[in-house]
Design a protein around this ligand. Structure first.
Ligand code: OGA
Ligand code: NI
Length: 284
């Protein structure tokens, strides 16, 4: 990460979303904060989101438990098929990428839960229950946030609700970044944006950096995202950038590494159904 030195720890937008359920004035206030965050960073953190700390802690712990299993157990899920409903792999794809990134991950479909959960790992024994609980709670949150986002675009809070609710897609990326002996020479994940409408991210340690397009008169700058317990991160993905006709930015982000500790993150990607197509509404 050549530009890591430019990263400074500083505040990124943090929004108390419990006010979405408050008075009309309170809701309007949150919608305005979301609009500003989506226009500038394409990223915000949420507090008072209503998910119990124990659900977050249990999900991170059981995810870590999966990566600590013997290779033989994890390899049952190994696949290079990006459409496989459950897939365990590294960031080295088919030998096509020249660079290997310091990440192993498990990715699986998560909605509708009953359709996929029986394909998920049975080890650790609590994996399905704990990750399942986390997926359900995060999905409810994603619908609430998407309603606020479409409202902030003047489309109303139900503009996408049916297409994201029963027909929507949720993919859970369970990421593990082992300690790296020389973190300055490698990255966990290269700079990218997510294809989703929004991604909701939970992490156990810092490492996430987002690109602030507006800094330095438009030449941009990497910003380190501090870790605060219980806070969830929301990434605007490519499909909301399309929906908003470019008004909202899909955030470019990357992951830097840690010399001593294993970093675990759970990224829940929320989108329209696989066969659905996002387009710009004529109002925009
Ligand atoms: C991702 C991602 C960030 C992280 O899975 O798309 O950006 O912190 N993850 O692991
Ligand atoms: Ni991402």
């Amino acid at each position: 990460p050549r530009d890591a030195l430019d990263s400074k720890s500083e505040s990124v937008p943090t929004i108390d979303i419990s006010r979405l359920k408050g008075s009309d004035d309170e809701r309007r206030g949150v919608i305005q904060e979301i609009r500003l965050a989506c226009q500038s960073f394409g990223f915000f953190q949420i507090v008072n989101h209503g998910i119990d700390q124990s659900i977050l802690d249990d999900a991170l712990a059981v995810a870590k438990g999966f990566f600590e299993l013997p290779a033989k157990e994890k390899n049952k899920f190994m696949s290079n098929d990006v459409y496989a409903p459950v897939r365990y792999t590294t960031s080295l794809k088919d030998g096509l990428d020249k660079t290997q990134f310091w990440r192993i991950f498990l990715k699986h479909y998560a909605h509708p839960l009953h359709r996929w959960i029986h394909l998920w790992p049975q080890n650790p024994p609590e994996y399905r229950e704990r990750i399942g609980k986390f997926c359900e709670e995060v999905r409810i949150l994603s619908l609430e946030i998407m309603g606020a986002i479409t409202e902030s675009l003047g489309l109303g809070r139900d503009y996408l609700s049916s297409r994201m609710d029963e027909n929507g897609m949720q993919v859970m990326a369970v990421n593990c970044y082992p300690p790296c002996p020389d973190p300055k020479t490698a990255l966990g994940l290269p700079p990218h944006s997510d294809y989703s409408c929004i991604t909701i991210l939970l992490q156990n340690l810092t490492g996430l950096e987002i690109f602030d397009l507006t800094a330095h008169d438009g030449s941009g700058r990497w910003v380190h995202v501090p870790e605060v317990k219980g806070v969830l991160k929301v990434h605007i993905g490519d499909h909301v950038e399309v929906l908003s006709n470019g008004l909202y930015k899909s955030v470019i982000h990357k992951v830097t590494l840690n010399e001593e500790k294993t970093r675990i993150s759970l990224a829940s990607l929320h989108s329209l159904g696989m066969d659905d197509k996002m387009s710009v509404p004529c109002q925009l």
